[in-house]
Design a protein around this ligand. Structure first.
Ligand code: HEC
Length: 115
């Protein structure tokens, strides 16, 4: 009886937690890569992670000779190009590191930093 009870407890723990022996199905592989634009908030997170070290949280830091993004006058295309390809003056290319929706989100975010 004691044994039966503990098996019952174990299996209910099993039901509560995910998986339990079953290999977790990677959801990503079943749905097509999302091309949905990301929100400005998500873009901020991407920016904080990848860009703020040189440009600062509000774009004005100018560390490592980075440009002040709050006074940038590049148009949408040029900003996207800059993020994708970088340049030879210290801006790094992000093409291989970020997805297109992330890059598009960043373009919006960067333009939003302007005063
Ligand atoms: C290692 C430091 C560094 C990081 C990290 C960095 N940048 Fe830059 N960025 C620079 C430098 C340096 C320049 C200026 C290059 C020049 O003088 O043309 C620049 C220029 C730019 C410009 C052009 C501004 C203008 O008006 O010419 C944009 C837009 C930009 N960065 C966006 C980003 C974004 C978005 C990220 C994150 C994905 C990022 N940068 C990450 C160093 C960095």
């Amino acid at each position: 009886m004691v044994l039966k009870n503990s098996i019952l407890v174990l299996s209910s723990i099993c039901l509560l937690s995910t998986g339990c022996g079953e290999t977790e199905k990677p959801e990503e592989s079943t749905k097509p890569v999302s091309n949905e634009p990301i929100s400005l908030e998500d873009a901020r997170a991407v920016y904080t992670l990848n860009c703020a070290s040189c440009h600062g949280p509000d774009g004005t830091l100018k560390a490592s000779n980075a440009k002040d993004l709050s006074i940038s006058s590049l148009d949408e295309k040029a900003v996207e190009q800059m993020i994708r390809k970088g340049n030879d003056k210290g801006m790094m290319p992000y093409e291989d590191m970020l997805s297109t929706p992330e890059i598009k989100g960043l373009v919006k975010f960067v333009q939003n930093l302007r005063k």
